[in-house]
Design a protein around this ligand. Structure first.
Ligand code: ADP
Ligand code: MG
Length: 260
């Protein structure tokens, strides 16, 4: 048993679409400060689970607790305000804004206060803005995107957009990041880079990760712990090395229709 409390507790979560039980009594935990993988065959319910955690979908039953808060059925922006940020399979940058501007619109945890300060304490607002700019520059430098600062986000390569998405997520000062297939469709060199960034974000900022990923070699390389979903349930947990030896996991992959 770990001595630290889990940062995320998913307990008995159910979500059906019509007659399809996409998530069907799913329970698992994510340890604070871990890089946890979420794997399973296509249709296992991984993306639905991510949507339920992030507030994009409401569970029919069960509870989700994040960092001591019951977030079951909470709206996405409320979940994000608590420090739980998800990125999307498809990068959702603002193409007609520059890379720098994309970072400046991201920090949702300061937006509310920023507006009030802008109206009633303009000097302090200016100070905050300067701090944000400095932070954004530091983050762009860390992601190797500094030279692209004034380019339109829409003109970036697919890989650079993926990095920008991560940079924007970090700008929001998350406690936990959920990435749904962050490596999909990118070249091996960039996979290595993104793995390094994930490790760096965890070690320097203490961010916890939950990562949905198909490539089991990548999962083995970057995760401490893995949750296997099959048919809407968490079937097993362990390290990737342990799970490779787990017969139920192997069978679920073989019979569950995994496409890759
Ligand atoms: P995974 O991400 O593990 O591949 P999903 O969560 O996308 O799995 O899907 C789980 C199941 O739920 C699948 O059978 C899928 O067809 C179904 N499903 C997911 N979203 C919807 C939806 N919006 N409407 C109907 N069925 C859905
Ligand atoms: Mg999916």
């Amino acid at each position: 048993m770990s001595t630290t409390d889990p940062i995320l507790v998913v307990d008995g979560v159910v979500r059906a679409f019509g007659g399809v039980h996409a998530v069907d009594g799913c329970s698992f935990t994510v340890a604070d400060g871990s890089i946890t993988g979420l794997i399973g065959p296509n249709g296992a319910g991984k993306s639905t689970m991510v949507n339920l955690i992030a507030g994009a979908l409401r569970p029919d039953a069960g509870t989700i607790n994040f960092d001591g808060h019951d977030i079951t059925g909470l709206a996405p922006h409320k979940v994000a305000e608590l420090g739980l940020i998800r990125t999307f399979q498809i990068s959702r940058e603002y193409p007609a804004m520059t890379v720098m501007e994309n970072l400046m619109v991201s920090p949702l945890r300061q937006v509310g206060e920023g507006l009030m300060t802008a109206l009633f304490a303009p000097r302090r607002y200016r100070q905050q803005e300067l701090e944000l700019v400095a932070r954004a520059r530091g983050i762009l430098a860390a992601f190797g995107l500094e030279h692209m600062r004034d380019e339109y986000a829409g003109s970036l390569s697919g890989g650079q957009k993926r990095l920008l998405e991560l940079a924007r997520a970090v700008m929001a000062e998350p406690k936990m990041l959920i990435l749904d297939e962050p490596m999909a469709g990118i070249n091996p060199a960039l996979v290595d880079r993104i793995c390094e960034h994930i490790n760096e974000i965890r070690s320097s900022l203490g961010v916890t990760f939950l990562i949905v990923e198909h490539n089991l070699d990548v999962v083995e390389r970057i995760t401490d712990h893995v949750v296997v979903m099959a048919a809407g349930c968490a079937l097993a947990t362990g390290t990737m090395a342990e799970l490779r030896e787990n017969e139920a996991v192997v069978n679920a992959y073989l019979t569950g229709g995994a496409s890759d």
